[in-house]
Structure formats: structure tokens, C-alpha cells
Write a protein that binds this ligand. Structure first.
Ligand code: ADP
Ligand code: ADP
Length: 226
């Protein structure tokens, strides 16, 4: 089952100094429950790609289809986790997760229960009443993951989510994320510039190659397994 289809995607930024081609002729598909990593050097367009998929940036050519429907803006069918902790410091962990939840006719009580269920999934149920500043970096990213999953998105978009963590926390979070993913029916598109991270996490690795001034390529490489 195809979840996301990207066809001949292109992005040109217009700047004061002229046009910058960030993406050109990008094609790929992701399927249900896949874990796909996109890797590539700095400046190759990874963040641009994920912002387009999130609906935060318009593309300038091609198509982005989620469940066969064009992506035109942000939506609940996509969850997002970025590198900087985007938790609200003045809200408790539970309230941070509830903030992402949009339930029709749901009482605050129900929303709280729903949030607690997702906090349990990421192993932080005991921290529901804590505030972000009381948590470690890894724990904050686990809250961000719970908040991104709470609307049961079709795809979870992660842009270098562990990039600000030290090596040890990062390794722990990678293991955590795989555990979470095994328990949730979600496709993950994970951006990283770290090949080791991609090899550890991914079912599929897509390499975005920077070809300044030329046609760009997104190629799939086999995941090496010991
Ligand atoms: P990556 O995430 O792989 O480092 P980016 O998507 O951030 O790559 O950037 C791709 C290219 O687009 C770079 O040449 C960058 O300078 C340019 N770019 C990114 N964002 C903007 C912007 N808002 N305006 C103009 N150019 C941009
Ligand atoms: P990081 O990945 O940022 O290093 P950890 O998950 O290792 O974060 O947690 C940092 C601290 O928080 C550790 O001392 C750990 O004991 C505590 N901690 C993390 N998760 C839990 C949890 N679910 N219950 C109790 N303590 C926890």
C-alpha cells in the first residue's frame, strides 16, 4: 500500500540574489509501515524536502500525494518531529501531548486519557505532570514523538530529530524509536546526515545527491545488514 508518492518534485527559492534550486526531479514512494531514511550532505535539500512534505513550504513543480491526494498544507495525517525541542515550556508533558490532539466533541478528560496512552507508549507515563525543563533531551524528544503520533498520522516526518543529543542519548533514542514504531501503524520518513544512524534504523535508504547546477538525483541504496 503506497502512502506517499513524490513525482518530479522541484523547488526553486526566489531570493534577493536570484533563484536557488533546492530540489529537482525527485521521485520516490513510501509504503505502509516502512521506515525510510533520507540521507545526503548538508545543503542537498533534505530540510526543504521534509518541509514540503509537511505542507510548510510550497513546491514549485511536480506532485506530492498522500494516500493519493495532493498535499496542499499541513494536516493531521502527518506528524512532525524536528531537531529543536518544540515543546511548550509552560505546559505539562500531558498538556503538551494533548495540545496536538484534535478530537471532535472530546472532553478534556478523554483527551487527557488519550495523551496518557501515548505517553505510556513512549515510556513516560510517570512524567505526565512534569514540565519540559525537568526532562532530559532524549525524554523531551519522546514527548515530541508522543505529540506527533497522537492524531494517528499516516506518516511521521522526522528531521534530524536526535541531532542535538550526545552520542549515548542518541543511541538510546534510536532503539526507543524502533520500539515505538513496531507498536504503531505508521510510516516513518527520517532525515539524517548520519549514515550509521540510517543503517541502524531504516528498511530503505534514499540518498539525496547534491549536483550543483545539474540534474539532482535521489537514489535508493541497499541497507547493509550484518
Ligand atoms: P539540507 O537540509 O540538506 O542541508 P536545505 O533544504 O536546507 O538542505 O537547503 C537546500 C538548498 O536550498 C541550499 O542551497 C540552501 O541554501 C537553499 N535554501 C534553503 N532554504 C532556503 C530559503 N528559505 N531561501 C533560499 N534558499 C534556501
Ligand atoms: P537521554 O536519552 O536524554 O539521556 P534518558 O532516557 O537516558 O535520557 O533519561 C535521562 C534520565 O532520566 C535518566 O537518569 C533516567 O533514569 C531518567 N529516566 C528516563 N526515562 C525514565 C522513565 N521512563 N522513568 C524514570 N526515569 C526515567
Amino acid at each position: 500500500e503506497v502512502i506517499l508518492e513524490v513525482k518530479q518534485l522541484g523547488k526553486v527559492y526566489k531570493t534577493a540574489k536570484g533563484e536557488v534550486t533546492a530540489l529537482k526531479n525527485i521521485n520516490f514512494k513510501t509504503h505502509r509501515r516502512e521506515f525510510v531514511c533520507v540521507i545526503g550532505p548538508s545543503g542537498c535539500g533534505k530540510s526543504t524536502l521534509i518541509r514540503i512534505l509537511a505542507g510548510l513550504e510550497p513546491h514549485t513543480s511536480g506532485d506530492v500525494l498522500l494516500d493519493g491526494k495532493p498535499v496542499t498544507g499541513p494536516g493531521r495525517d502527518r506528524g512532525m518531529v524536528f531537531q529543536g525541542y518544540t515543546l511548550f515550556p509552560w505546559l505539562s508533558v500531558r498538556k503538551n501531548v494533548m495540545f496536538g490532539l484534535e478530537m471532535n466533541n472530546a472532553s478534556a478528560d478523554e483527551a487527557g486519557k488519550e495523551a496518557d496512552m501515548w505517553l505510556e507508549l513512549v515510556g513516560l507515563e510517570k512524567f505526565a505532570n512534569a514540565y519540559p525543563h525537568e526532562l532530559s533531551g532524549g525524554m523531551k524528544q519522546r514527548v515530541a514523538i508522543a505529540r506527533a503520533l497522537v492524531n494517528q498520522p499516516r506518516i511521521l516526518l522526522m528531521d534530524e530529530p536526535f541531532g542535538a543529543l550526545d552520542a549515548q542519548s542518541r543511541a538510546k533514542m534510536q532503539t526507543h524509536l524502533l520500539e515505538i514504531w513496531r507498536n504503531v501503524d505508521v510510516t516513518i520518513l527520517f532525515i539524517t546526515h548520519d549514515l550509521d544512524e540510517a543503517i541502524f534504523l531504516a528498511d530503505r535508504i534514499l540518498v539525496l545527491k547534491a549536483h550543483p547546477g545539474e540534474v539532482q538525483e535521489l537514489i535508493e541504496v541497499p541497507v547493509p545488514r550484518p
